[in-house]
Design a protein around this ligand. Structure first.
Ligand code: ZN
Length: 192
């Protein structure tokens, strides 16, 4: 997730009335503008929120929510769940993947690292459907098509990195020339 995406990144305009409110950062001594969470925060308004990166301030920052460290949708460690036939790459992402994802937002900047979240989702299956059915369609609010946006989506790099790491492992196969491959997005045991 990146704040600029949700904020609308109204660059070049000085006075725009929005629903966004200022949050004071005591560490940065600067304000950050974000949605009004009604007295709560990005991390406490929903336990679905894991982390966020913002580049409104100098320096840019990553916030990791407490839920990122207990996220039941992810494994405790990289490799702590053994691959099984047709297991989706989504099912073997580690909790540390949130930090890895946010690092892409931090280094590339929010505008150049679109989450492509229409609807909001970090699903490999949805991404695969976009690539198959509508690679040249520009989703609403974006000025590039799906195939270009997906190439800069941090989650794409998380899927690739975790999939490649699992491919290098030999502890879940009977012989050293067998590897678990997630090249299609789901696990299959292949001979190399
Ligand atoms: Zn993101």
């Amino acid at each position: 997730m990146s704040i600029a995406r949700r904020f609308g990144a109204q660059q070049g305009a000085l006075w725009i009335k929005t629903a966004y409110v200022p949050y004071w950062s005591d560490d940065l001594k600067e304000y950050v503008f974000d949605e009004n969470y009604g007295g709560k925060t990005y991390c406490t308004v929903s336990n679905q929120n894991l982390g966020v990166t913002q580049d409104q301030t100098k320096p840019s920052t990553i916030t990791l929510c407490p839920s990122a460290f207990t996220n039941p949708q992810a494994t405790a460690n990289l490799g702590s769940k053994a691959p099984k036939v047709r297991m989706s790459i989504d099912k073997v992402l580690p909790q540390s993947g949130t930090f890895y994802h946010e690092l892409f937002h931090l280094v590339w900047g929010s505008e150049d690292s679109p989450d492509v979240e229409l609807p909001k989702c970090y699903s490999w299956k949805t991404t695969q459907l976009w690539l198959e059915d509508s690679p040249n369609i520009k989703p609403g609010g974006y000025d590039e098509d799906y195939q270009h946006l997906i190439r800069r989506n941090p989650e794409s790099y998380l899927w690739f990195s975790v999939g490649y790491w699992l491919f290098l492992q030999t502890q879940w196969s009977d012989s050293s020339n067998q590897r678990w491959s997630f090249d299609t997005g789901v696990a299959r045991l292949i001979s190399i």
